[in-house]
Design a protein around this ligand. Structure first.
Ligand code: SF4
Length: 371
């Protein structure tokens, strides 16, 4: 970790304030925060030839924790969401991701989500691909930038539905609601649904730090580690999350206007170019059918949500807490359960889970053992 001693002391103190007393969990949490928010920043430098110096900063990690404390200190002001008598495909995905996440998102209006920038980029890319797909189906001349894998799947398929977050064309069946990203008709006349997700991943094809130094100062230009990473990334076939599979399964199960036979889950990986514009550098995909395993996953998720909503409480297994997942969680700032303090989950989410605790600054000797 590249926090200074003071930053680490302050960060662990803030985690103790939200109830996280386990040092190992705190270190895992901070280390994951760093991998998401740590970055190189520029500053004016008289010592640099260009007048600009660069240094590594974890200021944003500290800022994220400060925002969480601020939100929880003012928890009485957090707006509540309207209760509803139906389940959406995203409810099922969020419950499968973590029941606490479902409870929080169905209790409060989430005005301070984590990873807001990534969500915004995902929306922008979704819009770009939406228009590209549409044009591509109308005119084959626009297919030049379509990868062979995409071509294999979508070639000769007809786009029959393209969803949008503000879409009024919501699909409804009993107490279920959902809007998929796309529905296509394949060349055998079968309909299939497509759900796409966007993930930021540094493009391994970019020059590594060592290659950059070699390029500037005339070294060998060979970085064995970077070459290995490129090969591995090329062979990477994807790791698909069960919450996304549940979401896709809920479309296949419940959309009746089209006789859906199967679905595709697509992950698009993006990085930023020199102008800080996102670009796609890889896609992986998984075909999802309603086999017995997928049906069991879907039905277990539905009954889990219904059980929580009806009984208003559920056991929460703290042994399954995963700090990597918690840092990436959209409602992390609202969550008290990540502290490992609560083994019961109440629904609606109880504000008392968001209470702050008295905490001492960690001892400097302890900090020295970590840095
Ligand atoms: S922060 Fe962790 S425990 Fe809390 S809702 Fe998210 S994933 Fe669940």
């Amino acid at each position: 970790m590249r926090y200074s001693k003071k930053q680490l002391q302050y960060a662990i103190h803030m985690l103790r304030r939200i109830g996280m007393e386990n040092l190992e969990c705190s270190i895992k949490y901070l280390s994951r925060l760093e991998s998401l928010y740590g970055k190189m920043v520029s500053y004016p430098s008289a010592r640099s030839y260009s007048g600009i110096g660069w240094s590594y900063s974890v200021t944003e990690c500290i800022e994220q924790l400060k925002q969480e404390l601020h939100l929880k200190r003012n928890r009485a002001a957090i707006k509540r969401s309207d209760s509803k008598d139906y389940l959406t495909s995203t409810d099922l995905a969020s419950y499968n991701y973590c029941p606490v996440s479902y409870a929080i998102q169905n209790t409060f209006l989430i005005e301070h989500p984590n990873n807001e920038d990534a969500t915004e980029v995902g929306k922008r890319l979704h819009e770009q691909l939406l228009s590209a797909r549409t044009n591509w189906h109308i005119s084959s001349s626009s297919g030049s930038d379509v990868s062979p894998v995409e071509r294999k799947i979508f070639d000769e398929c007809k786009l029959v539905f393209a969803g949008h977050s503000s879409d009024q064309n919501i699909f409804i069946k009993d107490d279920w609601r959902g809007i998929p990203d796309y529905i296509f008709e394949d060349n055998a006349g079968k309909f299939f649904v497509v759900e796409e997700k966007f993930q930021m991943k540094r493009d391994p094809a970019k020059m590594s730090h060592d290659e950059w130094i070699d390029d500037k100062f005339g070294g060998t230009g060979v970085d064995v580690e970077a070459q290995k990473a490129r090969r591995e990334w090329e062979e990477f076939k994807g790791f698909f999350y069960s919450n996304h599979i549940v979401q896709l399964a809920s479309y296949i199960q419940n959309i009746t206007s089209y006789d859906l036979s199967y679905g595709y889950l697509i992950y698009w990986y993006y990085d930023y170019n020199g102008d800080q514009e996102p670009y796609i550098h890889k896609m992986v995909l998984k075909k999802v059918i309603l086999d017995s395993a997928t049906q069991a996953l879907y039905h277990n998720t539905v009954s889990g949500v219904k059980n929580l909503v009806e009984s208003k409480k559920q056991q929460f297994d703290i042994s399954k807490l995963n700090m990597k997942k918690c840092v990436g969680c959209v409602v992390s700032k609202y969550c008290g359960h990540k502290s490992g303090k609560y083994e019961e989950l109440q629904f609606p989410y109880a504000s008392s889970y968001m209470q702050l605790f008295q905490a001492e600054l960690p001892d400097e000797k302890l900090i020295s053992t970590i840095v």
